[in-house]
Design a protein around this ligand. Structure first.
Ligand SMILES: Nc1ncnc2c1ncn2[C@@H]1O[C@H](COP(=O)(O)OP(=O)(O)OP(=O)(O)O)[C@@H](O)[C@H]1O
Length: 272
C-alpha cells in the first residue's frame, strides 16, 4: 500500500478515441495516497471517460495507467477491483428489490472464499465463520454511513439521497484503497449534499481512503478537494489546489464562462 503522499495512481499520456471522437487527448496526472482529487470540466469534457479508463470499463487508445505500483492499462475490471479500486456510478446501480444489507453484502461477494451462502459449506466448511466476519464488516459500514434504520428495507423504496449513500456503502464494502466517485452529489438537495460531503471527508480522513471524484457542484469540489484537475474538450487545461484552479484564466474562460461576461454588452446598451 502506498505511503500517504506517495503516488498511488498515475495516468501517463492517456488518449481515448471513439471512431472520430477524441474523448481524451494525452492526459497525464498523478493522485497521491490520502488525497481527495477532483476532476471537473464542462459536459463532454472527458471526465467519465477518464474514470472509465481507470476502472477498466474503457481501454485507452494509447498511454498508460499505473495503480499502486502495477500497470493496470490492460488489466480486466474485476482484477482492478480486487487490487483496491472501487467505484460508484453516475446513475444508481442498486438491486431495488434487495434489502440495503444484501446490496452491501453483494459488494463484498468477491472477497468471500466460499461464495454467498453456498449450501453445505455454510454449516461445515468454515463459511459460516466467514459470513459472520463479513456481516460484522458490513454492519460497521452501515453504522459509519448512518443507514441502520433502513438496513432491512428494499433499496428501491428509499429516497434518492439514501440510495446514493447505500451505493457508496456497497463500493466501500470492498475496502478499496482508491474510490472513484462519479458525481456523488448529483440530484441531491442541499442537506443531502452536505451529508455526502461529510461522509466523503470522513472516509478520507478516518479510513485513509484516497478519493478521485467527478463532481459538478463547484462549491463541494472547492470545499473538500486537496487538488483539482480541469478537462476541456478531452484535454487537461489546469491542475492544482482549488484556489489556484479557480484563479486560472484558462479555467475561468473555458469552464466558468467568464469569456461570455467579458464580451457581453454593458447593460445600458441592451436597454430598449
Ligand atoms: N461509449 C462512447 N461512445 C462514443 N462516444 C463516447 C462514449 N463515451 C463518451 N463518448 C464521447 O466522449 C466525449 C467525452 O464524454 P464523457 O462522458 O467522458 O464526458 P464528461 O466530461 O464525463 O461529460 P458529462 O459531464 O456530461 O458527464 C463526449 O464527446 C462523448 O460523447
Amino acid at each position: 500500500m502506498a505511503e500517504p503522499g506517495a503516488t498511488i495512481l498515475a495516468a501517463d499520456g492517456v488518449t481515448l478515441r471513439f471512431g472520430g471522437v477524441r474523448a481524451l487527448t494525452d492526459v497525464s496526472f498523478e493522485v497521491k495516497a490520502g488525497e481527495v482529487f477532483s476532476i471537473i470540466g464542462p459536459n463532454g469534457a472527458g471526465k467519465t471517460s477518464m474514470v472509465n479508463c481507470i476502472s477498466g470499463r474503457y481501454r485507452p487508445t494509447s498511454g498508460r495507467i499505473r495503480f499502486d505500483g502495477a500497470d493496470i492499462t490492460r488489466m480486466p475490471t474485476r482484477r482492478r477491483a480486487a487490487i483496491g479500486i472501487g467505484r460508484t456510478f453516475q446513475n444508481l446501480a442498486l438491486f431495488g428489490h434487495m434489502t440495503v444489507l444484501d446490496n452491501i453484502m453483494v459488494g463484498r461477494h468477491h472477497l468471500m472464499r466460499h461464495g454467498f451462502l453456498s449450501g453445505m459449506a455454510y454449516w461445515f466448511g468454515g463459511a459460516q465463520r466467514e459470513e459472520i466476519a463479513h456481516r460484522r464488516e458490513v454492519e460497521e459500514i452501515i453504522d459509519f454511513l448512518e443507514i441502520q434504520h433502513v438496513r432491512k428495507a428494499p433499496a428501491g423504496t428509499l429516497s434518492y439521497g439514501l440510495r446514493k449513500r447505500v451505493e457508496l456503502a456497497r463500493a466501500i464494502a470492498l475496502r478499496p484503497k482508491l474510490i472513484l466517485l462519479d458525481e456523488p452529489m448529483a440530484g441531491m438537495n442541499l442537506e443531502e449534499k452536505e451529508d455526502m460531503a461529510r461522509y466523503i471527508l470522513d472516509l478520507n480522513e478516518e479510513w485513509g481512503m484516497t478519493v478521485l471524484m467527478i463532481e459538478h457542484d463547484m462549491g463541494v469540489v472547492m470545499d473538500i478537494s486537496h487538488r483539482v484537475m480541469v478537462l476541456d474538450f478531452g484535454k487537461k487545461i489546469a491542475e492544482g489546489t482549488p484556489e489556484a484552479v479557480l484563479a486560472d484564466p484558462h479555467v475561468r474562460r473555458a469552464y466558468l464562462g467568464e469569456a461570455d461576461e467579458v464580451v457581453s454588452e454593458p447593460e445600458e446598451a441592451l436597454a430598449p
